[in-house]
Write a protein that binds this ligand. Structure first.
Ligand code: NDP
Ligand code: 8X3
Length: 258
């Protein structure tokens, strides 16, 4: 299915997968609706997307942890277009890698708000704009963390698993509308993810990827475009994308330092 001229909304478009997704959908000739909290980065992404061929690129402040912010974002989108064909629920991330015994409320709450409640809030607000029987797609960013738990991942794994089940529930609710619902579940990818998880500790973040070849944002963005450009009768329910070096979260092939 051609995405040319379609309106694509991406949450968390100021860095990582969301920013790369903007460039990839721009290359397919889409109109872009981009949201995140950091406005300077978002404006840079929009400028790069226009260079890459976007039909148009619009940016609005968005904090998916706030219902008021999501509603104001949706109002601005509605003022611009009555139709959104593709919704990419990408905003999220991990905060800390602490055991349950030493976890912090603020980290837990931030993860639940952005990864899970944010996905629900944005979907609720945008759903009325997604036309029925027109190849629409709601694509949620999950993770391998939503499939298998790891130590220190109780809340992050939990919210990604919850997102996965919400994706399945939504697919059941929308059956018969022609709107497709899918989940893209990557493994280790080098973005700002680890920097956020480790609260700006650059050395600790870099160690996550040391000696291995992780996914890039562009790999994940290419999968977003592939999933959403399938013919309208085809729904990719769930796609797990991992680096060849990563057999499981904790089983990563690392080359020795030369
Ligand atoms: P980044 O940290 O690079 O990007 C995260 C994006 O989410 C940023 O644009 C950030 O924007 C946005 N965001 C975070 N919280 C909010 C919020 N409350 N409201 C609005 N936007 C928010 O990480 P990735 O690109 O790697 O992560 C993207 C998604 O992919 C996340 O859901 C993550 O959990 C998931 N993922 C990541 C993997 C990885 O290894 N990198 C693997 C599997 C899944 P801003 O701060 O400007 O608001
Ligand atoms: C991010 C990937 O494996 O660090 O979702 O949880 S992982």
């Amino acid at each position: 299915m051609s995405l040319r001229g379609k309106w694509v909304l991406i949450t968390g478009a100021s860095s990582g997968f969301g920013a790369a997704g903007a460039i990839a959908f721009a290359g397919a000739g889409c109109h872009l609706l981009l949201g995140a909290r950091r406005q300077e980065q978002l404006a840079e992404v929009a400028a790069a997307a226009r260079q890459a061929g976007a039909a148009s690129a619009h940016v609005y402040p968005l904090d998916v942890a706030s219902t008021a912010s999501v509603e104001s974002f949706a109002d601005q989108v509605r003022a611009l277009t009555p139709r959104v064909s593709v919704l990419i629920n990408n905003a999220g991330g991990a905060h800390g890698l602490d055991s349950v015994a030493s976890g912090r409320d603020a980290d837990w709450e931030a993860m639940v708000q952005s990864n899970f409640l944010g996905l629900l809030r944005v979907t609720r607000a945008v759903l009325p704009l997604i036309p029925h029987h027109d190849g629409g797609y709601i694509l949620n960013l999950g993770s391998i963390a939503g499939h298998t738990a790891y130590e220190g991942g109780s809340v992050y794994c939990g919210v990604k698993a919850a997102g996965r089940l919400a994706t399945q529930a939504l697919r059941l609710e929308l059956n018969g509308t022609g709107i497709r619902v899918g989940s893209l579940d990557p493994g280790m990818a080098e973005t700002e993810f680890s920097l956020v998880r480790f609260k700006g500790d650059v050395a600790r973040a870099a160690k996550v990827y040391e000696g291995a070849i992780p996914l890039t944002s562009a790999d994940v963005a290419a999968a977003m475009v592939w999933m959403t450009s399938q013919p309208p009768h085809v729904c990719v329910d769930e796609l797990i994308l991992k680096p060849t070096d990563q057999a499981a979260f904790h089983k990563v092939h690392r080359r020795p330092k030369s």
